[in-house]
Ligand binder design. Structure first.
Ligand code: SF4
Length: 306
């Protein structure tokens, strides 16, 4: 008989069908309890930030981009995506300099307004945390404005196409999700400006930081053994990005959804990964205890199957 350790309230979300999912409670068994978010050593995180900063999205995701451009079927789709996405990327690049259009209501916390608007627009999940500059890519340090808060937004990826991974159809759906998410971010940033605040869009394609740590800090999920954020509504079937802002919002807190322990027992993805790109055990990496994916083992398999 499982003994319940604690109960978590999952955030409100929006499914792709347009159906809203109200907050719900999930009982977490005692044997799956570890820590909210992940175990980490802030001094080590700081040490790596100072001495070995994350360089850029292109380096972090090198294996993905190089696979896209070298795989003949995907190359055309990727180039078409880059063409369609260009206006979104250009608008996002300049977004931090756009002045607010409304007047702020003094002393008013706007968390609920932004959350409601994000769900209305079509984001699957939204959360709030402090923008953690330690995860800013070195290449983007001059671009990121000193806005203290991060609005963490996730957009759901289509279910059917996601079941077809690895394939060109699945990756094309991923790219379309990025574009849709980018457009929604620009709209949400306009809304934040109408409330009287600045908003800088960190576009999916041109990411300024590693975002999963901030999603974990906002309480939207925990990282799973397959290296991505697992959230209660979408598992890993979502795309993530941030809008940073000086709007006054209330930060979420890391949550223990039981994922740290669950993945250590489950291991389905680890055992079935054809590229052996997933690790059975967590490692300490740059000050955080996590499952570390070996990306360069993943993409050759994807390329062979697509
Ligand atoms: S170990 Fe299981 S629960 Fe964790 S990411 Fe893999 S398949 Fe999902």
């Amino acid at each position: 008989m499982l003994k319940i350790g604690h109960t978590v309230t999952v955030p409100r979300a929006l499914k792709g069908s347009g159906e809203g999912v109200e907050p719900d409670s999930i009982p977490i068994p005692e044997e799956l309890e570890t820590v909210p978010g992940h175990r980490q050593d802030p001094d080590t995180v700081n040490y790596y930030t100072r001495n070995y900063p994350l360089e850029s999205e292109n380096i972090v995701n090198y294996s993905w981009a190089s696979w896209m451009l070298k795989t003949s079927d995907m190359k055309d789709a990727f180039e078409e995506h880059l063409r369609l996405e260009k206006p979104i990327v250009v608008a996002a690049r300049g977004s931090g300099d756009v002045e607010p259009t409304g007047a702020p209501a003094p002393g008013k916390d706007v968390t609920e307004e932004i959350k409601q608007k994000a769900l209305e627009l079509g984001f699957g999940m939204v959360g709030f945390t402090a923008y953690d500059n330690r995860y800013t890519f070195k290449s983007k340090r001059g671009w990121v404005k000193p806005y203290p808060n991060a609005v963490c937004v996730a957009i759901e990826q289509p279910y059917e196409k996601t079941q077809m991974i690895p394939s060109e159809a699945a990756e094309t759906a991923v790219l379309a999700t990025y574009r849709r998410g980018g457009e929604l971010c620009l709209e949400l940033a306009d809304y934040i400006r109408s409330l009287g605040y600045h908003a800088q869009v960190h576009s999916f394609a041109d990411a300024a930081s590693a975002v999963i740590p901030m999603f974990v800090a906002a309480g939207l999920g925990q990282q799973g053994a397959m290296g991505y954020l697992l959230s209660p509504h979408f598992g890993s079937r979502h795309r993530l990005t941030l809008i940073t802002t000086d709007a006054p919002v209330t930060h979420g807190q890391p949550v223990d959804y039981g994922i740290n322990a669950f993945c250590s027992i489950c291991q389905v993805c680890v055992n079935r990964c054809p590229g052996r790109a997933l690790m059975r055990d967590k490692v300490w990496w740059r000050g955080v205890e996590k499952f570390k994916i070996v990306a360069k083992r993943c993409r050759p398999v994807m390329a062979a199957c697509a």
